[in-house]
Every structure is written in structure tokens, then in C-alpha cells.
Ligand binder design. Structure first.
Ligand code: DAH
Length: 356
């Protein structure tokens, strides 16, 4: 008995001295290993008389259990120590300021685009998307723009490969080609739906065309108020009895909702565009705020020219309408008081985050 107590005490002392898991496993071997003290004592049982075997065996087992418990306790203690050392080495200074990721969000011009779509959507306008690489036909010719119009010059328009000498491809200079593309589709669909197989100008009854076409447009131009890529939103309303009065009503409503200002004034200033007759620039004037009292140009507009109505596949004796083209970049600048267009392209999070 005494010997067993000594063995257990000695094992406990050795285990506690072991400073690493490897030392501990070595110390374990001298007690529980193949020729360890406990193993040897077990072997010695064989030589004992039967009556002692049982009690001595039980005592050795108890000692073995005590040694195993001491071993496990020390293993745990060493693991805890190691974890503690590791935690201290990897300690974080939670008082340091975090590295911010920067919150993403919609670009202010995208916010404007969505707003325009929502407002015109509420007035029954569809939204159409079209190609940014256009043909000379849709961008100019179909819109009644003469061969020698300055907008067609190399200085103003980006011509791109892929077209022919007589029908060059270009980056659309405005969203107006969508007037033709959308109207042609509208007429075609309607004719198919009513089983009209004719291919001349359509002069029957047809649901009105009411559409806006927002998107990117391109011109050779770059300064504080012009960039080579900019945005436009086209509007078109064609029917049998659509007049300038409707244009005034729709556009005035749009501006007042867009700028959240009911005392906003609008002015339709006579102008010229090849695809409208008569044509007008639309100016707005705020009655309060930093821009109050100044007339600010926001869109071109007019009654769709009969030649353009014809290129839509419609009989101009029956169909009439108005169109407008506005600049969402400028609308965004006016709404938020941004003075330099280039801020929209810098991608500076300090600027962009102000619109969220
Ligand atoms: N497309 C013209 C431009 O880019 C703007 C414009 C004027 C569009 C009159 C129209 C319109 O639809 O009727 O300057």
C-alpha cells in the first residue's frame, strides 16, 4: 500500500514538473508504459498467493486511476497554458479605429434615372432601352437630319467600325433614335395583332405610343459641363389628338414632382430641331433656394415632324405627337446643387456617399 502511495505521489510530482506535452508523455511512459512502474507491479501479481492477488490487484488499479487522473489534469493545464500564451501573442487592440469598407450605393445619376422612370411610369409611359451603337439612319436620317447637318461631322460624333461608307455606325449622339425604333416596333406589333398585312403608312386606329427611353449618349465634347459620355432621356407621345398642350402639362407635372417644388415655373422658348416642328427649349425657374430667379435649360422638345412620323410607319395626316429629350446629368446637378459634372465620374466615395 505504502509503495503504491509513493508511486502515485512520484507520478504526480513528475507530471507537474513536465513543462511541455512531450515531457509529459515521457513521464507518463515511466509509470504507465510497457515497463513502467504500474505495469511492472501488475506483472508482479502473478507471483502472489491467490488471497492477496485480488486485494493487491484492486489497489494497483486505484493507483493507476489516480495516475491517469493526474496525467489528464496536467495535459489540460499544459493546453490551457499554451492557449493563454497564444491569446496574448495574438491580442487585438480593440481601441484602434476600424478600417472602413465604405458603403456602396446608387450613383446620383442612377437615382435620377429611377426617379424619372417612376414619375413617367405613373403617367402611363413605358420605358424602352436601345443600343448605344447606332446606325446613321436611326441617329440622323430617320430623324429628318439633313446630310450636311453639323451634328453629323467627325468633330461631334464618334464613328465606329462595322458600318458601310454610306451607312456608318456611330455611338448615338442622343436618345432620339429610340423614337423611331420604339414607334416602328409599336406599329408592327399592332398591325400583326389586328391582322393588318399592309406595309404602307399605317392610318388606322391604334393605341397611343407613350414611352420614355433613358440611356447613355456620346459626343466629342469635354469640359466642366460636358463629358464625352453623358445621359439623356427621350420622351415620346404619339396619338391621333396629342398636342403641345399635353407636352406642357406632362413636362410641367414631371418637373414639379421631380424637384418636389409646386411653384416651379416653366418656359417654352422657341428653338430648332430637325425632328420637331415647332420646337422649343424647356427652361425652368425655381422660385426659392440658391438657384431662384434664373432660367435653367433642362430639355429640348417639340411636335414630332411629319417626316419623322412617316419614318415611324405612321400616316402624318392621322397621327401627331410630341417629343422631348432631357439631360439626367443636368437634372441631377440642379436637384443636388452639384457644380462640376466631373464629380460624377471621379468615383470619390466622399462625394457619392452624400446621396444615400
Ligand atoms: N435630341 C436632342 C438633343 O440631343 C434633344 C431633343 C430635342 C429631343 C427635341 C427631342 C426633341 O425629342 O423633341 O439635343
Amino acid at each position: 500500500m505504502n509503495e503504491l502511495n509513493t508511486v502515485v505521489a512520484s507520478a504526480q510530482a513528475d507530471f507537474n514538473q513536465a513543462g511541455t506535452p512531450a515531457d509529459l508523455e515521457n513521464a507518463k511512459a515511466s509509470y504507465l508504459g510497457k515497463s513502467g512502474r504500474i505495469t511492472e507491479l501488475m506483472k508482479g501479481l502473478a507471483a502472489l498467493p491467490v488471497d492477496q492477488k485480488k486485494s493487491q490487484g484492486a489497489a494497483i488499479n486505484l493507483a493507476k486511476q489516480a495516475i491517469e487522473a493526474a496525467l489528464n489534469a496536467r495535459r489540460q493545464a499544459l493546453a490551457d497554458e499554451q492557449l493563454q500564451v497564444q491569446l496574448e501573442a495574438e491580442a487585438l487592440d480593440v481601441t484602434l479605429p476600424g478600417r472602413q469598407r465604405g458603403q456602396g450605393g446608387l450613383h446620383p445619376v442612377s437615382i435620377t434615372m429611377e426617379r424619372i422612370e417612376a414619375i413617367f411610369g405613373s403617367m402611363g409611359f413605358e420605358v424602352a432601352q436601345g443600343p448605344e451603337i447606332e446606325t446613321d439612319w436611326f441617329n440622323f436620317t430617320a430623324l429628318n437630319t439633313p446630310e450636311d447637318h453639323p451634328a453629323r461631322s467627325m468633330h461631334d460624333t464618334f464613328y465606329v467600325e462595322g458600318g458601310s461608307a454610306t451607312a456608318p455606325n456611330l455611338l448615338r449622339t442622343h436618345t432620339s433614335p429610340m423614337q423611331i425604333r420604339h414607334a416602328v416596333q409599336h406599329v408592327k406589333k399592332h398591325r400583326a395583332a389586328v391582322g393588318d398585312g399592309g406595309d404602307g403608312l399605317f392610318s388606322g386606329t391604334m393605341p397611343e405610343i407613350r414611352v420614355i427611353a433613358p440611356g447613355r449618349t456620346y459626343r466629342v465634347d469635354s469640359d466642366a459641363t460636358h463629358s464625352p459620355m453623358f445621359h439623356q432621356c427621350e420622351g415620346l407621345w404619339v396619338g391621333e389628338n396629342v398636342s403641345f398642350k399635353d407636352l406642357k402639362f406632362v413636362f410641367t407635372d414631371f418637373c414639379r414632382i421631380f424637384f418636389e417644388s409646386s411653384d416651379l415655373m416653366l418656359r417654352f422658348r422657341p428653338s430648332f430641331f430637325p425632328f420637331t416642328e415647332p420646337s422649343a427649349e424647356i427652361d425652368i425657374q425655381f422660385q426659392s433656394g440658391p438657384l431662384s430667379g434664373r432660367w435653367l435649360e433642362v430639355a429640348g422638345s417639340g411636335q414630332v415632324h411629319p417626316n419623322v412620323v412617316r419614318n415611324m410607319g405612321l400616316d402624318p395626316e392621322r397621327f401627331i405627337g410630341f417629343a422631348f429629350g432631357m439631360g439626367p446629368d443636368r437634372l441631377t446637378m440642379l436637384r443636388y446643387g452639384v457644380s462640376d459634372l466631373r464629380l460624377f465620374f471621379d468615383g470619390d466615395i466622399r462625394f457619392l456617399s452624400q446621396f444615400q
